[in-house]
Design a protein around this ligand. Structure first.
Ligand code: NAP
Length: 258
């Protein structure tokens, strides 16, 4: 039997390889996008916007499984609520979240302004868990692509502010995609073990390796951020050293991309 799967965010860094993998595994794949491309390559694209709700019922109709990879820096909780309300026929929703979602305090205005993303992802997990649909949530660390995007933006400055004391454990988005596809073809499992990259780096190490690969030189200035969330980050709440199961390192990713 062919499983009918809706992939939200199937045009993004994570969702694109998820959709391709599920298609290659023989699923009938529909991708939701605000700007659906015309070419299909065995994948059906449907227009819809999770912020307004437009097109979501039509895209979700007939989907047995939803792989929810759509996301942005704000409003994921509301977008997910819109999705699960429309997905009346689905039996399983697989959600991507972030390592540390439950460990980064959201106590002050600074915590929420700078690290509200973690609180938002935890709230999003709860929306899926309370939806009445069978659910699975995978927490991953930051994707290499995100670190590269941030490093590129920082390298445009004459002096680079680097978060003091914080470390990151970037993971390859294609490895996360492989796991998401595997989870989508399995049974609802609740919160599954975290997925993190093979190595842990300081911010200075990440930025300096980018600068060196790009042939640039910039001074770094350590920046100390106040608040409980930043303290939790310095204590490693965003890391999963016991779940360093990703294989591709930041250095390997950089060598391929630059
Ligand atoms: N990047 C990381 O380091 C990281 C780490 C852990 C977890 N995550 C989570 O992984 C997910 C995917 O991240 P990513 O890096 O792949 O993001 P991305 O490349 O920025 O892609 C975002 C995707 O979300 C879709 N989207 C955004 N707003 C939407 C809306 N209102 N309605 C419908 N679709 C919408 C976009 O589709 P269209 O533009 O085609 O509409 C796009 O496909 C997010 O939930 C993120 O929080 C990311």
């Amino acid at each position: 039997m062919t499983t009918s799967i809706l992939v939200t965010g199937g045009t993004g860094t994570l969702g694109r390889p998820v959709a391709q993998r599920l298609r290659d595994d023989g699923a009938s794949v529909t991708v939701l996008s605000r700007h659906p491309p015309e070419t299909a390559e065995g994948i059906r694209y449907m227009a819809g916007d999770l912020s307004t709700g437009e097109g979501i019922e039509a895209a979700a109709s007939g989907a047995e499984v939803i792989v929810h990879c759509a996301g942005s820096s704000r409003g994921d909780e509301q977008k997910t609520h819109t999705l699960v309300s429309a997905a009346t026929g689905a039996r399983h929703i697989v959600l991507i979240s972030v390592v540390g979602a439950d460990r980064i305090p959201q106590a002050s205005v600074i915590d929420r302004a700078l690290f509200g993303y973690f609180g938002m992802k935890l709230a999003t997990e709860r929306v899926a868990a309370q939806s009445g649909i069978g659910w699975t949530a995978l927490r991953a660390t930051q994707f290499h692509d995100l670190i590269l995007m941030v490093a590129r933006a920082l390298a445009k400055l004459p002096v680079i502010p680097a978060l003091a004391g914080s470390r990151f454990q970037p993971v390859d988005a294609t490895e996360v995609a492989k796991r998401m596809a595997e989870l989508a073809l399995g049974e609802p499992s609740g919160l599954v073990p975290d997925l993190a990259g093979p190595k842990i780096y300081t911010v200075a190490e990440l930025v300096n390796s980018y600068l060196s690969a790009a042939g640039k030189r910039r001074p770094l200035v350590p920046v100390h951020i106040p608040g409980q969330a930043a303290r939790a980050l310095r204590a490693g709440a965003n890391l999963a050293p016991d779940r360093a199961v990703g294989k591709r390192t930041w250095e390997e990713f950089l060598a391929d991309r630059i």
